[in-house]
Design a protein around this ligand. Structure first.
Ligand code: 6PG
Length: 259
């Protein structure tokens, strides 16, 4: 792993060798942030993302070398976004995480908080999820603080389910909203920028050469708030780290300097 590179606006970039190293580095951050949160506050609040890399990270966390290193009993798990499908669907972020690794670790069921996609509508589900986050985080007012939020970046620059040109990009009050994504013709439920901004640590995981050009535009290109939603992610009092593999970093000027 190279040293972190400081980017403008308080963002950090960390480049690792390949997809395996990316999942391993994410798993180590998961252990470190949950352990520190439990030591400081008695519990950890984490948001997982959909996508392939967090799944690999989770599979690692379920392996013997990580057994006993994650304080599962004191860790509340949420998802930064969800698809409007039943948990049993292979499209379900929470369902896939359960099948990939949560069923294999001692995470108490009452600490696993999937979006309720069996409610009457995505609007209801988003409202209920916001209420659940407030209930668990203990914040009736103000913005709840996640100890760790994992994100990914899509080829089109989306993150969580903040897609280019969609209404959720403009939400300033709600913590979680439903977001219709016209190009996919689907409803999503997503964290909003204000909730992300309140986190202690946000980790954006990006792997593979197919993401290289978008990543360069997001981290080093001109500001495109409508076109590249992941570019607008900021953290106010915590850290925001883009953890990427060498292939994804291939078009970055800043990563080139580090060799
Ligand atoms: C989702 C995600 C989404 C994802 C990116 C990157 O539910 O689709 O949460 O934002 O993180 O699309 O996915 P990959 O890491 O699989 O490329």
């Amino acid at each position: 792993m190279t040293e972190p590179i400081e980017l403008p606006d308080g963002r950090r970039l960390l480049v690792v060798e390949d997809g395996e190293a990316l999942a391993a580095a994410a798993a180590e951050r998961f252990v470190a942030t949950t352990t520190a949160a439990v030591a400081a506050r008695g519990r950890a609040i984490v948001a997982l993302s959909g996508g392939s890399t967090p799944k690999k990270m989770g599979e690692l966390l379920a392996r013997p070398e990580f057994a006993g290193r994650v304080p599962w009993g004191e860790t509340d798990l949420f998802w930064g976004d969800e698809r409007w499908v039943p948990l049993a669907s292979s499209e379900s972020n929470a369902g896939e995480a359960r099948r990939a690794f949560l069923d294999a670790v001692p995470a108490p069921p009452e600490r696993i908080h999937p979006v309720a996609t069996d409610l009457a509508s995505p609007v209801r589900a988003a409202e209920a999820y916001e209420a659940e986050i407030r209930r668990v985080a203990g914040t009736a007012e103000g913005i709840p603080v996640f100890d760790l939020v994992l994100l990914g970046m899509g080829d089109d620059g989306h993150t969580a389910s903040l897609f280019p040109g969609t209404a959720a990009l403009h939400e300033r009050d709600r913590l979680v909203v439903e977001n219709f994504v016209p190009k996919l013709g689907v409803d999503r439920i997503t964290f909003t920028y204000p909730l992300l901004a309140a986190a202690r640590e946000v980790l954006v995981l990006v792997g593979g050469a197919g993401k290289a050009d978008t990543l360069a535009r997001v981290l080093e290109g001109p500001t495109e708030p409508e076109g590249l939603p992941s570019q607008s992610v900021r953290v106010e009092n915590g850290t925001l780290t883009w953890l990427v593999d060498r292939a994804a970093a291939g078009s970055l000027r800043s990563a080139g300097q580090s060799g």
